[in-house]
Design a binder for this molecule. Structure first.
Ligand code: ADP
Length: 612
């Protein structure tokens, strides 16, 4: 799991580094503060020893100086002289006060005290025998001696200096001793951070800043040690005991764990030890400094380092976070820029593609345009030809029939003149003239066929128009033995059209109907008219073959014909269609059972126009 989480690894590694650093710091700091403690303890030891030596030195020569006094020498020569003893007692008392020593006393050669500064006190040394004390024996042997012990009489610890006292004859006849109390020295040791012990060569504590450690053994109290101590009665009746003590080290620093008597050593405190023997005094001075202070200082240093590391880690984390944020923002900006560039490139590529496509299209369009222009030019050419053909065909179509009718009238006029029937011949000539007028009108109309006619539309009365039309188509109807039935309401309103062109339409439709019924059993053609939805509807119906649905749409196209070559030009319906559209009307063909029915819808000539 950790493998997948580099942050967890970093965190664990960081914690390990912090723990290691703090641990190392605590070790080094402890070592450092212990070393500083050792140095301080050694300084304190030096000062203590100096003070002790100074104290002792003050008294060292006192016995020797007193032993040289004649009065004292005389006393040891005659120890039983009460006057002299009393005098020396006072002398000693005075000197003791001057010296500020504990006791000052003189013993005979057998060890019995003959004069003492404390002669007046109940626990006076006078009469006491100290022959067992080493300082007595050494002095009797002729040496200045020193000794420390618990007073057997006074029960007070003291340091003893002694010197031999020679009688006037020069023989050693007594010993003088001065005892110094050590309570005062101990007193000066209390109240500071150091514990101070003084031990004898057997390791027994003789002086101590802590009263409970007195008479305790820093070394195991073996039988030998006890025996040697008992011989000098150094500690009188005092109870000796082993101190709960162990020696330890921290690196190269000597430590001592020391507990109160009767307690397990583990309950004691640990001390830095500085110790030094004082060979002249015959003891060893130990200065103890509790390691708790050094440990506390080391802890403070560790905590400080820990806090500094935490602050550094926090600062580092903030820095890393900031950098990560900056990197993330830069990456985002780079991505956005790259994205933008990519989109711009894509868009540019798209535009290029579109441009290329457009260029292709433009080229194609140009080509198509060229083709169209060519086709258009071609069409115009063809259209002109078509118009020409259409006009020619219309002319022949429309002129041939009146011509044939005129010929018939002329033929019949010649016959009538031969018979002498001049009035009817004149009537025929009138018909011929009207036919000629009509052809002239057709000519006018054809002249206008190429452009949109601006002929003014006028009210056309259908019955009147039909009378003339019937004359035109009579020959054609007769030739095919067809009949034309009219079904025109008498009140049919006038139509809005051009009379000549409408007649042209009707002639065309009737002619086609005649063609259709030619040779068929039922050759009736019906022309009807009515008003439907406000418009006039003219219907030309025949009983011929009808118009097949397949060609119904195409019969109004120019040049569409089903008739044989020379029989039809396919222009009649086309011209009709255009004329009716010019009138604002419509022309359609329907199937009428047997036969076809052409319906022409035309607007009526309204009252507005009539008023105009
Ligand atoms: P054309 O009469 O010269 O053929 P039209 O334009 O007048 O030209 O007529 C076109 C065609 O319409 C005719 O060839 C014919 O096939 C058809 N048609 C016209 N009138 C009728 C009708 N009454 N009955 C059947 N077919 C007709």
């Amino acid at each position: 799991m950790i493998r997948n989480h580099p942050r967890a690894i970093l965190l664990v590694a960081g914690l390990a580094v912090v723990a290691l650093t703090v641990w190392q710091t605590s070790r080094f700091a402890l070592q450092h503060y212990l070393a500083a403690g050792v140095s301080r303890a050694e300084t304190a030891l030096g000062l203590t020893i100096n003070a002790l030596e100074g104290d002792l030195a003050r008294y060292e020569v006192a016995p020797q100086l007193l032993a040289d006094l004649d009065a004292i020498r005389l006393l040891v020569a005659r120890p039983d002289d009460p006057v002299r003893r009393a005098a020396i007692d006072r002398l000693l008392e005075e000197r003791n006060a001057t010296l500020q020593s504990s006791d000052l006393y003189i013993m005979r050669a057998d060890g019995e005290t003959i004069a003492a500064s404390n002669h007046a006190r109940p626990d006076s040394f006078v009469g006491q025998n100290f022959s067992y004390r080493p300082y007595f024996r050494d002095a009797l042997a002729g040496d200045a001696a020193r000794f420390y012990a618990l007073g057997t009489t006074s029960g007070v610890r003291g340091y003893y200096f002694s010197a031999p006292v020679r009688d006037p004859a020069g023989r050693i006849a007594g010993v003088i001793a001065v005892k110094i109390g050590v309570d005062r020295i101990e007193q000066s040791w209390r109240g500071n951070e150091y514990r101070i012990l003084v031990s004898d060569p057997e390791g027994i504590v003789f002086m101590s800043s802590e009263p409970e450690w007195l008479y305790g053994g820093l070394l195991p109290l073996t039988g030998e040690r006890r025996a040697r101590t008992a011989a000098s009665r150094r500690y009188s009746e005092a109870q000796l005991h082993d101190l709960p003590v162990t020696r330890e080290t921290a690196g190269d620093i000597a430590l001592m764990r020391l507990a109160a008597p009767g307690q397990p050593v583990s309950a004691g405190r640990q001390y830095i030890v500085a110790e030094q023997p004082m060979p002249q005094a015959g003891w060893t001075v130990h200065v103890l400094l509790d390691v708790a202070g050094a440990q506390a200082e080391a802890r403070v240093a560790s905590v400080t380092v820990f806090l500094l590391l935490c602050a550094a880690a926090f600062g580092g984390a903030v820095l890393v976070q900031r950098r990560a944020q900056v990197a993330e923002r830069l990456a985002f900006e780079t991505r956005a820029k790259a994205d933008l560039e990519r989109r711009v490139e894509e868009r540019t590529a798209d535009l290029e593609r579109v441009n290329i496509h457009l260029e292709q299209e433009i080229t194609e369009r140009r080509a198509t345009e060229e083709e169209l222009r060519a086709a258009q030019a071609n069409l115009v050419r063809v259209g002109k030809l078509a118009a020409l053909g259409q006009m020619s065909a219309a002319l022949s179509h429309e002129i041939n029939q009146p011509l044939a009718a005129a010929r018939n009238y002329a033929d019949s006029a010649a016959v009538l003149i031969d018979r002498g029937d001049v009035p009817r011949a004149r009537e025929n000539l009138g018909h011929i003239l009207s036919l000629i007028d009509r052809m002239a009108a057709i000519g006018r109309h054809l002249r206008n066929a190429a452009r949109k006619p601006n002929e003014r539309l006028e009210p056309v009365s259908l019955p009147a128009l039909l009378a003339e039309t019937q004359v035109i188509v009579a020959g054609r109807l007769a030739s095919c033995k067809a009949t034309l039935d009219l079904d025109i309401p008498a009140d049919l309103p006038p139509l809005r059209a051009g009379a000549t062109r409408l007649q042209q339409v009707l002639v065309n439709l009737i002619s086609n109907a005649a063609d259709a019924v030619e040779g068929r059993p039922d050759r009736r053609i019906t022309l009807s008219a009515c008003v439907e939805d406000g418009r006039a509807v003219l219907r030309v119906r025949d009983r011929g073959a009808g118009v097949p649905p397949a060609i119904a749409e195409r019969i109004f196209d120019p040049f569409f014909t089903t008739k044989g070559v020379g029989a039809g030009l396919g222009l009649g319906l086309s011209i009709c269609y255009n004329i009716i559209r010019d009138f604002g009307g419509d022309i359609t063909v329907q199937d009428a059972g047997p036969g076809a029915c052409f319906a022409v819808t035309l607007p009526l000539y309204g009252p507005v126009e009539a008023a105009a």
